[in-house]
Design a protein around this ligand. Structure first.
Ligand code: HEM
Length: 156
């Protein structure tokens, strides 16, 4: 097996762990917390569980970015990133950039503090907002995964 093929397998494994986790947080964890946990305990539980996933997500984003760049370089795909017919290539970079910004900059330095203050004032509204943001990111990610697989295998 050649190295770019191994990079592709690692790329997809990283995507599975990362986007699968986003799916779990969005469709299972946040709705369960909103339904079954009293508002006063919600934030603590959410941060404990999502905090563990965030570490995994940070590692996966790095792996996906590194293997993606390596494939782009090996297959010389740079022109594809600005070709509308191969929109899924640019979509991958956009999804990656949004999550990287959230995980490495916004969450630790900005959102964490704001989120605490807002959740203390309005726990219901804050968790509804968290769910909406996660839903949008999940939809965008799944659309990108579908586009990438169809695009790479000639389905588009
Ligand atoms: C900096 C970020 C990224 C770069 C540079 C990148 C680059 C690439 C490249 C070059 C390929 C191979 C394309 C080909 O063979 O024609 C690929 C495949 C793929 N990427 Fe990414 N990617 C990135 C992020 C992502 C993200 C965030 C996702 C998921 C949301 C994703 C999902 C996939 C999938 C599912 C494939 C198809 C694998 C296959 O079926 O062979 N990538 N990526």
């Amino acid at each position: 097996m050649d190295l770019p093929t191994i990079a592709r397998a690692l790329h997809v494994l990283g995507v599975v762990v990362w986007i699968g986790g986003v799916g779990f947080v969005t469709l299972v964890l946040v709705p369960a917390l909103r339904r079954s946990v009293p508002a006063a305990d919600r934030l603590k539980l959410f941060e404990m569980m999502e905090g563990r996933f965030a570490t995994l997500a940070r590692f996966s984003t790095l792996l996906v970015g590194a293997t993606g760049l390596w494939m782009a370089w090996t297959y010389d795909l740079w022109a594809g990133f600005i070709d509308p017919a191969r929109w899924w290539l640019a979509a991958m970079v956009v999804v990656w950039a949004i999550f990287t910004l959230m995980l490495f900059v916004l969450e630790p330095f900005v959102l964490h503090r704001r989120f605490h203050a807002r959740a203390a004032r309005d726990p219901e509204g804050t968790f509804a907002l968290i769910q909406r943001v996660h839903l949008v990111l999940l939809a965008l990610s799944l659309l990108t995964v579908a586009g990438a697989v169809l695009g790479v295998h000639g389905g588009l």
